[in-house]
Design a protein around this ligand. Structure first.
Ligand SMILES: [Zn+2]
Length: 113
């Protein structure tokens, strides 16, 4: 399951960080999730709380922030939100559109005690 693998990845980062900073507990975990990462938020939260049971992150609050899918056209310079996963430039129709954000899944910050 996609979300379970992601939750495991996040858990590893959290435990590593908590260990290095001698934390007694993890209070907040803030995650940035790209629109295109294909994550179901509820599912990720569910997987994470299952994994976090009995760990340093058991009572952590999870904040999920959605990062919009933004593209940049190399042909005309258009930059903006990509609607409906249409990767052609809405201005000039070019297919030379790069994804600038919206694919990431990363830990934005952690708060520990
Ligand atoms: Zn264009």
């Amino acid at each position: 399951m996609h979300e379970m693998a992601m939750a495991q990845g996040v858990m590893e980062i959290v435990e590593d960080y908590a260990h290095r900073s001698n934390a007694k507990k993890v209070c907040t975990i803030s995650l940035l999730i790209g629109e295109m990462a294909g994550v179901v938020f509820e599912s990720l939260e569910f997987c994470f709380s299952a994994l976090a049971k009995g760990t340093i992150a058991e009572d952590a609050e999870i904040k999920l922030k959605k990062v919009p899918l933004v593209g940049h056209c190399n042909n005309c310079g258009w930059q903006g939100h990509i609607e409906n996963y249409n990767f052609f430039c809405p201005e000039c129709g070019s297919a030379k559109v790069d994804i600038i954000s919206g694919r990431e899944l990363r830990v934005e910050y952690l708060e520990v005690d």
